[in-house]
Design a protein around this ligand. Structure first.
Ligand SMILES: NC(=O)c1ccc[n+]([C@@H]2O[C@H](COP(=O)([O-])OP(=O)(O)OC[C@H]3O[C@@H](n4cnc5c(N)ncnc54)[C@H](O)[C@@H]3O)[C@@H](O)[C@H]2O)c1
Length: 402
């Protein structure tokens, strides 16, 4: 599929947290970057007609609907952007690909390996007709993370020995926090593992260019029963929204695993929603034979880099302020030192997506790459279920690097 009058007419399903972040990015991307096509925000979909009308108005969409099937089948939609919980990713993406639309789907790609496999196969078939697809692992698009990848690809770290990744949150430490969709397996697929663990799996594989080949894992559900929410809601739900009835938490609260990467590195991963005081602490450190890099999302404009080839008396972690025009994504933003934030990773994601679609190349991470992440999530779950037994990650055909 080509673009119409250099326009990519977007329809987005779901308008809450990610819907707002994606809307911000669709609104901004063509004002910042000079791109071969212009995104037009044609239609937004939600289940409640009043709320979706408000959302369309607030977020800048021309129209709204309560039926995602209408959205994916409308001839004036080129791109379907999926911002719903995981239980509807496969159904919406498969319908959109069958209708010849380009698809951007939030992470994790699906709730099961079987769904992800079906989506990757459908994406491969649709690609023959020119439809492109991508999964929304937005942290790849933080400039400091992209720089980390460049340094590793340029050999500045030498042979990678260690990958250390943590993604820590604390929003359900209170046992009275209600049973929102993220705590129900039938909606979310898994808990901290798929929600935030998926991000550090993708990010570390992306920056190292290596894949996780095997894992040994532990998972835990610390609070097994919670009050039912007054109204089903997302991260923003508050404990005081809860009613008297309770229900079972059916996902992990925390997942920790050790892993081997296929390039020889040893890795540790920790994803938890019980790290009291840690709000959204994504940290990655990579140690190689010639140097190390460290990234902390709370200081996302910075990358720490130690160059072990320098004289030992001069060595030490350098803080690179990643705001120079020659740093990834930054030439179109502000002068050096004028920092950017979380939302920019989504603008960068839309930039790469539009550029790929308009120039007829496959965006990354493809559905096949996202299937590979799903295979890691599955191996972690199986290992934990088997008392942490070593579990190989089934190989997929996806290449990890773009
Ligand atoms: N990339 C990131 O950093 C990041 C961050 C948060 C969430 N996510 C992912 O984004 C997705 C959505 O998460 P969220 O935090 O935005 O959730 P949310 O609860 O804030 O929003 C979900 C939206 O989907 C809508 N929805 C649900 N089922 C629907 C259906 N059948 N038809 C139409 N609309 C439907 C809801 O009404 C709501 O608008 C999930 O896959 C999640 O893992 C990604």
């Amino acid at each position: 599929m080509s673009t119409t009058n250099n326009e990519l007419r977007v329809g987005m399903v779901g308008y809450a947290f990610m819907g707002a972040a994606h809307s911000q990015a669709w609104r901004t991307v063509n004002r910042v970057y000079d791109l071969p096509a212009r995104a037009r925000m044609v239609l937004v979909c939600g289940r409640d007609s009043g709320k979706v009308a408000d959302a369309a108005d607030r977020l800048g969409w021309e129209g709204h609907t309560t039926d995602w099937r209408e959205l994916v089948n409308r001839p004036d939609i080129d791109v379907v952007d999926i911002c719903t919980p995981g239980d509807s990713h496969a159904e919406i993406a498969l319908a959109a690909l069958a209708a010849g639309k380009h698809v951007l789907c939030e992470k994790p790609l699906a709730n099961t390996v079987a769904e992800a496999r079906e989506m990757a196969a459908a994406a491969a078939t649709a690609q023959a007709g020119g439809a492109r697809s991508m999964c929304g692992f937005n942290y790849r698009r933080v400039p400091a993370v992209a720089l980390m990848r460049q340094l590793i690809a340029d050999g500045r770290l030498g042979e990678i020995r260690h990958v250390r990744a943590t993604y820590l949150q604390d929003w359900i430490v209170d046992p009275q926090f209600p049973l929102v969709w993220r705590l129900r397996k039938e909606v979310s697929g898994s808990g901290a593992l798929g929600d935030i663990g998926a991000h550090i799996i993708d990010l570390t594989q992306y920056v190292t260019g290596q894949r996780i080949s095997g894992v040994s894992a532990v998972t835990e559900t610390f609070v097994k029963e919670r009050p039912l929410p007054a109204e089903s809601s997302g991260l923003a739900a508050q404990a005081d929204g809860a009613g008297a009835a309770t229900g079972q938490v059916t996902v992990d609260d925390a997942a920790i695993f050790v892993a081997r990467l296929d390039g020889g590195a040893l890795a540790t991963y920790e994803a938890t929603r019980f790290a009291t005081g840690r709000k959204n602490a994504l940290r990655v450190e990579i140690n190689g034979s010639l140097g190390s890099v460290a990234f902390d999302l709370e200081r996302l404009n910075e990358l720490e880099f130690l160059d072990a080839t320098r004289p030992s008396a001069e060595q030490g972690f350098n803080r690179i302020l990643v705001t120079e025009a020659e740093h990834p994504y930054l030439s179109a933003w502000w002068p050096p030192g004028h920092i950017i934030g979380y939302e920019h990773s989504f603008t960068h994601q839309m930039r790469d997506f539009i550029e790929a679609v308009a120039t007829g190349v496959d965006p990354s991470p493809s559905f096949a790459e996202a299937l590979q992440v799903q295979l890691v999530l599955d191996a972690v779950t199986r290992s934990a279920d088997l008392g942490s037994s070593w579990t190989e990650v089934e190989p997929s055909l996806a290449s990890v690097a773009a």
